[in-house]
Design a protein around this ligand. Structure first.
Ligand code: CP
Length: 308
């Protein structure tokens, strides 16, 4: 594997190999092993043209715990703010002898373009509303661990309901393809104005009623309303959104006892998810964050570990 650009590019064997190795990486994360030398001598640049807390930090930790040299470059503070183009920026950094770029950008397809320009490996850390493959991998990893703990079973055959602002979400696209590859059933639910037009052609089922979806789901993955990607206010109103598609305290009590609750973050508490749901005993939100380090270690190892 040279790059990781889209979840749909992963075969079942490749995805399973990444998730299985991530299990072993938890030993490093739990500090049973302090640091491993797997990527000693490798240089990884986290190149973020968009803000991030979880993805950038966990990639930096992942690289450091595998003894790589990790460097953060963001648009603010680099020559991008003086008008340097994205192509000149990545070619400049690539010329310094970098092994891997981890790239986030607001343009859908932009990270594929970076991969076309550079000699180094490239990981897509989120491009516009297109893909966020390491988020889908860490979500799958979290669910595999959740079901193993719950009943000893696997992710295959489970039902995952994804609800929220699906129109602007790269997380939904990556999750639909990866969950299908891993044998899970995906239900999508969103206000009609926030449902992508192509969703009917994806390997999943669209449900109109959030409550119907919750009754069928093993896991409810709530996605953020991305106001920053909306040119004007969003329809429905916030009150209507909470009533129709919010994981409220009432819905938690009606459906919650068997339900795993997920959110990739950052959360709009009180809008797509209530604080009661986010902080409930069956919430997997912080386990997702924790899985992010182990899964990103595994991804970096799969891309760089086999090199000289
Ligand atoms: N889930 C996620 O991508 O979060 P950040 O934007 O904080 O990286």
């Amino acid at each position: 594997m040279k790059h990781l650009l889209a979840a749909g590019d992963l075969s079942r064997d490749e995805a399973t190999s990444i998730l299985d190795l991530a299990e072993e990486m938890h030993d490093v994360q739990n500090r049973q092993v302090k640091k491993i030398p797997a990527l000693r001598g490798r240089t990884i640049i986290n190149l973020f043209f968009e803000d991030s807390t979880r993805t950038r930090t966990s990639f930096e930790i992942a690289g450091k715990w595998m003894s790589a040299d990790t460097i953060n470059v963001s648009a603010k503070g680099s020559s991008v703010s003086k008008g340097e183009s994205m192509k000149d920026t990545v070619l400049t950094l690539d010329s310094m002898g970098v092994d891997c770029f981890v790239v986030r950008h607001s343009g859908s397809g932009s990270v594929q373009q970076v991969a076309n320009w550079v000699r180094a490996s490239v990981v897509n850390a989120g491009d516009g509303a297109h893909e966020h493959p390491t988020q889908a991998l860490l979500d799958a990893h979290t669910m595999r661990r959740h079901f193993r703990e719950l009943d000893g079973g696997d992710l295959a055959g489970r039902t995952v309901l994804i609800t929220g602002d699906l129109l602007h979400s790269r997380v939904v696209r990556s999750n639909v393809w990866l969950l299908d590859t891993l044998g899970a059933q995906v239900l999508l639910c969103a206000p009609p104005t926030l449902m992508p037009t192509g969703a009917a052609t994806w390997p999943c089922q669209v449900v109109q009623s959030f409550d119907e979806g919750l009754a069928r789901a093993d896991v409810a993955m709530m996605l953020r309303v991305q106001r920053e990607r909306m040119s004007s206010g969003f329809f429905p109103s916030e009150r209507e959104y909470v009533d129709g598609w919010g994981l409220t305290q009432d819905r938690l009590h009606a459906h919650g006892h068997h339900l795993g609750i997920m959110h990739p973050g950052p959360m709009n508490r009180g809008l797509e998810i209530s604080s009661e749901a986010a902080d409930a005993a069956q919430s997997l939100v912080l386990k997702q964050v924790s899985s992010g380090v182990a899964v990103r270690m595994s991804v970096l190892y799969h891309l760089l570990g086999g090199q000289e």
